[in-house]
Ligand binder design. Structure first.
Ligand SMILES: Cc1cc2nc3c(=O)[nH]c(=O)nc-3n(C[C@H](O)[C@H](O)[C@H](O)COP(=O)(O)OP(=O)(O)OC[C@H]3O[C@@H](n4cnc5c(N)ncnc54)[C@H](O)[C@@H]3O)c2cc1C
Length: 331
């Protein structure tokens, strides 16, 4: 195992992850390769009364540690047992590895819209999959975990018998946002469809995924800049890796989302004076949660929490809490 201190060659590379706007500031980094290394790192932190944090990809970095950083990216074995439809992953595995290996057996995990996200970090936050309304949270498929302190060194979870899905996206010019959000809100969404609508500056993007066919003609309320839906391998619906960048993000889980509140929140985000992209994911289906919607905000800028709160004010009566996932460089 390699160990890095500030000033060592490799220290900066090791602590750098997907989030380029914020980095851990550890006094020591343990670049772990197996469970014994994790034990050594945890014992080091505990005996010196230091904070310790885990980093796999850095996608989910919120608060930076100044104590011990346990960097897990080298500890990333993935094994699939097709007979029991089980995947076993080590601490630092990412979804892409599981998706590729599982697909060889006609299987798929409950991964999300970014395949370079860490399996364990994602699952600890519930895991809102692109098939969430059809099959539930990723965390509900966990069969076993190996742990040292609060570090999960390995996890076993169930895979689904899914090889292909119906999936795609539509893009509209943002000038049609009101009509598109209206149609989205009115949609009597079948339980098997998982969908998200997102404002991206000049564009409104709508994505849908299901293992079954679905009808979305009623959402074609304005000309489309892109309109691509097809039956495709699950891997193609599982999100391509993105390059590292600076961003911040926050979310709220809602007990309801009336149309007027949705439009007010959308307009607030649009007129915030800083770029804020708003995204709505209807929950329900087989998801066993009181929340009906997840509202996510994301910005290419840091320190815009005040603006996020102003958007959340528009839905405040319906806020139940937050998802641990979809919080980036805040708090
Ligand atoms: C582009 C993008 C798309 C995303 N899409 C989705 C999505 O579709 N659905 C969804 O649910 N989430 C999604 N997320 C959120 C993502 O699941 C969380 O940010 C998650 O925390 C990322 O985990 P990581 O290991 O990749 O990140 P890291 O920053 O490396 O880790 C995040 C946190 O996870 C914990 N952690 C990681 N590994 C371990 C371990 N072995 N033991 C104990 N704790 C550990 C630590 O607390 C750590 O601080 C997305 C994030 C991004 C940036």
């Amino acid at each position: 195992m390699q160990i890095f201190h500030p000033g060592d060659p490799g220290y900066d590379d090791e602590r750098s992850g997907f989030q380029t706007g914020r980095k851990h500031e550890p006094s020591v980094i343990f670049a772990v390769e197996n469970a014994q290394d994790v034990q050594e790192a945890v014992t080091y932190a505990e005996t010196r009364d230091l904070d310790h944090a885990v980093q796999t990809t850095g996608h989910g970095l919120t608060t930076a540690t100044t104590g011990v950083l346990i960097s897990t990216k080298r500890m990333n074995k993935v094994e699939i047992d097709p007979a029991t439809r089980t995947a076993r992953t080590e601490a630092g595995a990412v979804w892409q590895q599981v998706i590729e290996k599982a697909a060889r057996h006609g299987l798929a995990p409950l991964s999300g819209d970014a395949s370079d996200v860490g399996v364990i970090g994602y699952t600890l936050g519930g895991g809102y999959s692109v098939l969430a309304r059809e099959f539930g949270f990723a965390q509900d498929r966990v069969r076993a975990t190996d742990k040292i302190g609060n570090v999960i060194t390995a996890m076993e979870f169930e895979l689904l018998r899914v090889d292909e899905v119906h999936a795609g996206e539509m893009h509209f010019d943002a000038q049609h946002a009101e009509a598109v959000f209206d149609a989205f809100h009115k949609w009597d969404l079948p339980d098997h469809v998982t969908t998200t609508i997102t404002t991206l500056g000049d564009v409104v993007r709508l994505t849908c995924t299901s293992t079954k066919r679905f009808d979305i003609d009623h959402l074609r309320v304005a000309p489309r800049l892109k309109d691509e839906f097809a039956r495709k391998p699950f891997a193609e619906a599982a999100g391509a890796p993105l390059p590292p960048h600076t961003y911040s993000g926050d979310n709220v889980l809602l007990s309801d989302l009336p149309l007027d509140a949705l439009h007010r929140a959308r307009t607030k985000a649009e007129n915030a004076g800083v770029p804020i992209f708003l995204s709505i994911m209807p929950l329900g289906g087989v998801l066993n949660t009181e929340a009906t919607h997840l509202l996510k905000l994301i910005s290419p800028q840091l320190n815009v929490e005040e603006h996020y709160e102003e958007v959340f004010d528009e839905v405040r009566p319906f806020v139940l809490g937050k998802s641990r996932n979809f919080r980036y460089a805040v708090g």
